[in-house]
Design a protein around this ligand. Structure first.
Ligand SMILES: NC(=O)c1ccc[n+]([C@@H]2O[C@H](COP(=O)([O-])OP(=O)(O)OC[C@H]3O[C@@H](n4cnc5c(N)ncnc54)[C@H](O)[C@@H]3O)[C@@H](O)[C@H]2O)c1
Ligand SMILES: CCCCC[C@H](O)/C=C/C=C\C=C\C=C\[C@@H](O)[C@@H](O)CCCC(=O)O
Length: 172
């Protein structure tokens, strides 16, 4: 079925490849294994910051990127390895990704997504790159940065921490 192929593709690209690639770089750079330290910047999305029915698969992969990168970048690990991990949540950005047809799990969702992508303000690539450079220059390990709607990059680490404080209630 086409949706299985698309779904497996997006999971492989956004999760499997990202995690294996990050861990390869991580193990190569980590100072406690004779590396020189370094920085990993992983690209999530605004869809990891809210729950929408439009792209459940894509949203799940971007939430996985956020959680994996935040956890890998935690101080307890960074203090031993000197490998800084930063997560970027881009808003809609004017690249080929949003120009092509985005296949959703059904036609109804695809039509709604098309409207959403047209309605949501699209930032320029230059603004997105400028924001990424800001995060690279200022971001601490485990930080999350919101880069959207041509606004300056915003460190939203505190928001993510607060969200997980709420989610963990009753867990421990
Ligand atoms: N554009 C947006 O609105 C937006 C918003 C949030 C997050 N993102 C994320 O940003 C990242 C980049 O997306 P984009 O908007 O630049 O998309 P894009 O389609 O413009 O660029 C993707 C690039 O990846 C290359 N590519 C595809 N498969 C590959 C593979 N197997 N190996 C190596 N290269 C491959 C393509 O050739 C292309 O150059 C993605 O993770 C996307 O989810 C994009
Ligand atoms: C208004 C929505 C927010 C957009 C920001 C986002 O990061 C941009 C995404 C642009 C394109 C996404 C393409 C995703 C493609 C595949 O996930 C999709 O074709 C697979 C099946 C549908 C799904 O549930 O993901």
């Amino acid at each position: 079925m086409i949706i299985i192929r698309i779904t497996l593709g997006i999971i492989f690209m956004s999760v499997t490849a990202l995690i294996t690639g990050s861990l390869k770089a991580y193990n190569w750079m980590r100072k406690d294994r004779d590396g020189k330290g370094g920085t990993i910047i992983n690209i999530s999305s605004i869809v990891a910051l809210y729950q929408s029915p439009l792209m459940p698969v894509y949203s799940a992969t971007k939430s996985a990127v956020l959680q994996f990168s935040n956890c890998l970048g935690k101080t307890e690990i960074f203090s031993r390895t000197d490998v800084r991990v930063i997560t970027i949540c881009f808003g809609v950005t004017d690249t080929n990704l949003i120009r092509g047809r985005v296949e959703c799990i059904d036609k109804e969702l695809e039509e709604k997504l098309l409207v959403a992508l047209q309605k949501f303000p699209t930032q320029s690539i230059d603004s997105a790159v400028q924001g990424l450079l800001t995060a690279f220059e200022s971001g601490t390990s485990g930080s999350t940065w919101l880069i959207t709607t041509n606004k300056p990059a915003e460190d939203i680490t505190k928001n993510v921490d607060k969200a997980y404080e709420i989610l963990r209630q009753g867990v421990f």
